[in-house]
Structure formats: structure tokens, C-alpha cells
Write a protein that binds this ligand. Structure first.
Ligand SMILES: [Zn+2]
Ligand SMILES: [Zn+2]
Length: 162
């Protein structure tokens, strides 16, 4: 699965997935512009995984919204005529815990968002993550993050300098 959270983060901050409003510095789980729930966009490369996530959420009654533009198209194509048709699940922040519990039953998990430790901001909501914490979990939206390995090595090298 592709790291999903980067889809609506921009250099200026995260955008509302519904109306595109710039939600920089906004902690609310609801968009201040359109009033809809902010969510994490999970993009799937693998239709079987997409179906497994939907089955897990359905059984545990975790609310979600999904779009599957390639539905009915045979095979595993993800791009048709240059248009991305990967299936997507939108999961509201408040449902992260329920979603994780539901997925665990199936041996699945929400993907961890990889973050560059040189710019330690949650890719889903744009708030800063605590440096030095291994596998930080965003305190605002609840997205689980991890640091890019290569930067950890760079930091270790720097510490060795006198
Ligand atoms: Zn909005
Ligand atoms: Zn966050």
C-alpha cells in the first residue's frame, strides 16, 4: 500500500480532503470551512487488500467512505488512460482507534506514515511530532508515524562529531 497521508499534505500544510481548504494550524477534527470530518486517505495498490480492509471495517461497524473508480475493470490495472483508478478508503480521525482494533482481528494494520525527521510534521494533519520518540503517534489526529531510516543514520553520524 502506498503511504496515504501525503496525498493531501502540501508544503503549506494539510488540505481538507473534501473542500481543499488549507487547514494549517487547525486542530479540530472537523474542517473549519466545510464542516465535514477530516480524514485520512488510504490509497490501495492491491484490490485484495482494499477488500480485506472493507471487510474488517464492515464487520466491526467502523464507518468509512470509499471510492473505487476502477470497479468492474478486470485485472489489477491501477491507471487507465493516465487516470489513477486506485481504490481509496477515507477514514475519519475519530475512527482510527476502532479501525486499528478491527484490522488487528484480521492481522492487518493501518499503514504507518513515513516522516522525514528533518521536518517532523504529521503528514495527515500538519502538526509537529515529538522528535526522539521512536514510532511517534501524532497527538492531534492519531496517525502512527515512523522516521525515515536514512535520516536516523545521518543524525547518528552528526552525534559522533566533536
Ligand atoms: Zn473542508
Ligand atoms: Zn496528525
Amino acid at each position: 500500500m502506498h503511504d496515504p497521508a501525503h496525498h493531501h499534505a502540501t508544503p503549506d500544510g494539510p488540505l481538507c480532503p473534501h473542500c481543499g481548504y488549507l487547514l494549517r494550524g487547525v486542530r479540530s477534527p472537523v474542517c473549519v470551512e466545510c464542516g465535514r470530518e477530516r480524514c485520512r486517505r488510504l490509497t490501495f495498490f492491491d484490490r485484495i487488500e482494499f477488500d480485506a480492509f472493507r471487510a474488517a471495517f464492515g464487520l466491526a461497524r467502523v464507518p468509512y467512505v470509499c471510492s473505487d473508480p476502477g470497479q468492474g475493470i478486470l485485472g489489477m490495472a491501477t491507471v487507465i488512460d493516465g487516470v489513477n483508478i486506485r481504490p481509496v478508503i477515507m477514514l475519519a480521525w475519530k475512527n482510527f482507534d476502532a479501525a486499528e482494533a478491527a484490522l488487528e482481528e484480521f492481522g492487518l494494520a493501518l499503514p504507518v506514515a513515513l516522516v522525514d525527521s528533518a521536518s517532523p510534521f504529521c503528514p495527515c494533519c500538519g502538526f509537529s511530532l515529538r522528535r526522539g520518540v521512536e514510532d511517534p503517534r501524532c497527538e492531534v489526529c492519531g496517525t502512527r508515524c515512523a522516521w525515515y531510516e536514512e535520516h536516523d543514520e545521518e543524525c547518528a553520524d552528526l552525534e559522533l562529531e566533536p
